[in-house]
Structures are given as structure tokens and as C-alpha cells.
Design a protein around this ligand. Structure first.
Ligand SMILES: [Cu+2]
Length: 333
């Protein structure tokens, strides 16, 4: 599945340029855009459009109890029939941006998500469940607060619409646990504040962002609110390439309320308990941005970022992250 998605990603990079061979872009800098794992980091001039595609792959395989690790057997010994051994998440994100004025950009982003989780029972037998479908849809307004020579301050106000399912079921027809659902089920506010600067071949920036879930969803719960803080530095290697280093701190609360369908399943697996959700982590990331400067593909941007945890402290018992890879294509016109 991973190979198939990577091939699909690469063919989009190969095909899309021909669809938009004409170029109207000005002399953009490769480091005008932050690392591809940062969302809503830049703006557009009045009348300028941008379309983007991002693919993200995340792997999880270690079971955490706070910041300790547990084996599947130790997890079951805490009172569960099954323990998770592996989970992956693939996301395809399709975005459009438009500069209403030089100081106001509007963005929309939709996504398609595939999740896969393997569980081990007391006789070491493995079961794998999958869920796939649309994720939540985000609408964002980005406002330029202040622009000085080489410095920009930007305020985003985002609203996430609950287009992702919260009632995904296994092959046997049982509702899948909280981590396997695709959306939050609630309208979510997503404010963020971004600062970006550059001088010579160096670029840097930071972003503070939150995800605030409004009320409870139709299954009587609300995912934990999230707060993120990230900072990056980048270096232009030449006109086309820049490389970046980034750190990100993130904290997410446990689930508020609970799905009544899970009331009889609390000892089946950790994912059915609301306290086994969220946590805090510090990630490190290396990234590369590529902006084609000449020829038919001038103005196309390709970028990749590899993100790995430096520290994780989970709420309750849940899988931690091994790594996340984000690749993206962007084009303004
Ligand atoms: Cu853009």
C-alpha cells in the first residue's frame, strides 16, 4: 500500500507540470515557503492562486505508558484483552489558496485518510483493521499582521468542518476505537500565529497553533484540544534548493465525554478508553524545498520533510510515533 501511494505521488509530480506548463510566477525564493510539514506558513499576493498536494505517511509501533514503553504482554497485563502492535496512517491532502488582497489569503484543504492497526491477543494471534475515507475539511483565512524588510507576522483563523467519519467499523461490523476514526466529528477552531524571516541565504520562522474542538460530536465526545509550537531554520544551498531543520513541541488532552458504544469494551483494548488519548511530544525534523527556476516546469515547488520524535510522554497507554514523512507539490499561478 505504501509503495502504491508513493508511485501515485511521484506520477502526480510527473504529470501535473504538463497540465500547467505556462508560468506567471515572479522571482520567488525557494525559502519563501517554510518546511512542508508546517501548515499555513505563507501567504499570496492579491489575485494569486496556489494549488498543492501533500502526502504524509506515519508509522507507530511502540506502546507507551506515559514516557515508559510496554511490551504487548505487559499492556495486556494492565487489564486489556488485546494490545496494539503497529499502526500506520497515510494522508493525501489537497489544498487551494487565493490572495484576496496582499494582506488576506483564503485557503481550503480536503484530505483522504487510510489507517491500519494491528492488535495482538493473549494467544499472540494478530488481527489487522483498516479504515479509509475523507478526513475533515479546513477553511482558513490568513491575515498579514505586519511586514518589515525580511520579517513577516501572520495570523490564521481556521475552521475545520466535520467531513471525516467517526463511525468507521471493522470487517465484523463493530465500531473501531477512537484512534482509527477519521474525523473529530466536531467543528474545530484552528488559530495560528506565524513569524517568518530571512537574511541572505538564511531563513527562519516559528508558529504557535491550536486545535480547539467546539462542543461534542454526535457520538457524545470531543477529541482533546491540541497546542503546537514549532521553530525552524533554513539555508539556501542555491537558487533552487533550501534545506531546513525544525523542532516541534505538541500537547493534546485526553478525550472529553465518551462514546456509549464503547461502554462494554473498556477492557478490550487501550484505544477504547478516553484517557488513553493524546499526550505530549517533542519532534525533530529535516526538510528540503526545491523550486524549479527554469524551463517548462518553472515555478513548481517540490518539498519533503522527515519528522521523528525526540521525546514522547503519552496520556495513559497508547502507541507512540516512530516517524512521519511528508512530501508535497505546490504551484502558484
Ligand atoms: Cu500557498
Amino acid at each position: 500500500m505504501i509503495k502504491r501511494t508513493l508511485v501515485a505521488t511521484l506520477s502526480i509530480f510527473a504529470i501535473a507540470p504538463q497540465a500547467m506548463a505556462h508560468d506567471t510566477s515572479h522571482n520567488a525564493r525557494v525559502d519563501d515557503h517554510g518546511p512542508i510539514g508546517v501548515m499555513g506558513d505563507h501567504m499570496h499576493k492579491a489575485g494569486e492562486w496556489m494549488t498543492s498536494y501533500r502526502y504524509s505517511h506515519m508509522e507507530m509501533s511502540d506502546i507507551y505508558d506515559g514516557d515508559d514503553k510496554l511490551s504487548p504482554a505487559q499492556t495486556r497485563a494492565k487489564g486489556y484483552m488485546m494490545a496494539p502492535t503497529e499502526m500506520s496512517m497515510d494522508m493525501h491532502m489537497f489544498g487551494a489558496m487565493y490572495g484576496i488582497t496582499d494582506d488576506l489569503t483564503v485557503m481550503a484543504m480536503g484530505s483522504y485518510i487510510e489507517k491500519e492497526m494491528t492488535m495482538e491477543n493473549g494467544s499472540n494471534a494478530l488481527t489487522t483493521n483498516t479504515s479509509k475515507g475523507l478526513g475533515d475539511t479546513k477553511l482558513t483565512l490568513a491575515y498579514r499582521l505586519k511586514e518589515l524588510e525580511g520579517h513577516r507576522f501572520q495570523l490564521n483563523t481556521g475552521l475545520s468542518l466535520p467531513t471525516g467519519s467517526i463511525d468507521k467499523k471493522s470487517k465484523t461490523g463493530a465500531k473501531l476505537a477512537y484512534p482509527m476514526q477519521l474525523g473529530s466529528g466536531t467543528f474545530d477552531l484552528q488559530p495560528s500565529l506565524t513569524y517568518a524571516g530571512h537574511h541572505g541565504d538564511w531563513g527562519w520562522g516559528g508558529q504557535a497553533a491550536a486545535v480547539l474542538h467546539l462542543g461534542r460530536n454526535s457520538d457524545h465526545y470531543s477529541l482533546g484540544d491540541e497546542f503546537k509550537l514549532t521553530a525552524w531554520g533554513s539555508r539556501r544551498l542555491n537558487k533552487s534548493f533550501s534545506a531546513s531543520l525544525r523542532v516541534e513541541g505538541k500537547t493534546q488532552s485526553e478525550i472529553d465525554g465518551s462514546d456509549p458504544d464503547f461502554a462494554s469494551k473498556l477492557n478490550m483494548a487501550p484505544g477504547f478508553r478516553t484517557e488513553n488519548y493524546g499526550g505530549s511530544s517533542i519532534d525533530g525534523a529535516v526538510g528540503i524545498n526545491y523550486l524549479v527556476q527554469e524551463g517548462q516546469l518553472k515555478g513548481h515547488r517540490l518539498a519533503a520533510e522527515f519528522i521523528a520524535p525526540l521525546y514522547q510522554n503519552m496520556n495513559g497507554i497508547k502507541l507512540g510515533n516512530d516517524y512521519r514523512l511528508v512530501v508535497g507539490w505546490q504551484k502558484s499561478f
